[in-house]
Design a protein around this ligand. Sequence first.
Ligand code: KIV
Ligand code: NA
Length: 278
Amino acid sequence: KQALNIVKMKKYKQDGVPLSMITAYDYPTAQLAEEAGIDLILVGDSLGNVVLGYNSTLPVTIDDMVYHTRSVVRGAGNTFIVADMPFMTYHGSVDETLKGVRRLMQEGHAHAVKMEGGLEIADTVKAVVLAGVPVLGHIGLTPQSVNQIGGYRIQGKNAADARRLMDEAKALEAAGAFGIVLELVTEEVARAISEELSIPTIGIGAGRGCDGQVLVFHDVVQYASPYTPKRFVKSYGDVGTLIRNSIESYVKEVKNRSFPAEEHVFTAADGVLDQLYG
Ligand code: KIV
Ligand code: NA
């Protein structure tokens, strides 16, 4: 399997072939996602929530992103990997932004970076693209701005909101973004944006009109305790239950001494104990 690139992604859109994307934060998950034939992997700052246990993505640092991106890249060497720029790392000077981008690309070995925001980051996107780094945009519900938005709310319900989202999408395309994530956007507006742009849109909670879909790995496999279902997510497995049951069985067998059993033990040569006690 050969890794996808941003030129092929545009061709996928022209040919009507949807893009599949999932998040991953470590080596084994990345391996499994690549084996499963995923098109793109996102090392999302959602790792703050689903891996590090914070209640938002705000505490995630560039160091966190570099560490996790490196392990994902080691597991999925033939997959296009996008790494999130964390909260407050791309709103200062271009210089400061490029330093963070450099770390994700050069130390993390990502193929592209993702940034949340619209018109206000268009110039930043342009500067990063000019440095030779593909940028994936991200508009709609942008979790890094949760305190400003006032919660995890659906975007694009009214005409003014729809207009704003369309303007943001066009500004990001003009700035050179190779694609745009649309998060929690009404289906009609996401479809209109997808039809208007020549770069692919990748939706999460944004309906059926997007050029691709992205989901968080932990949602797809229900890797949480307890797992809370979300309307826009479809789960395809329940590894949370599988893991809990497996560990429960292990604990039980240690306690009742049925593990380890004969097939798990190593045997010394005959007479070893005689020599040991001489
Ligand atoms: O961090 C993340 O997982 C994301 C996706 C939800 C698009 O940004
Ligand atoms: Na993210």
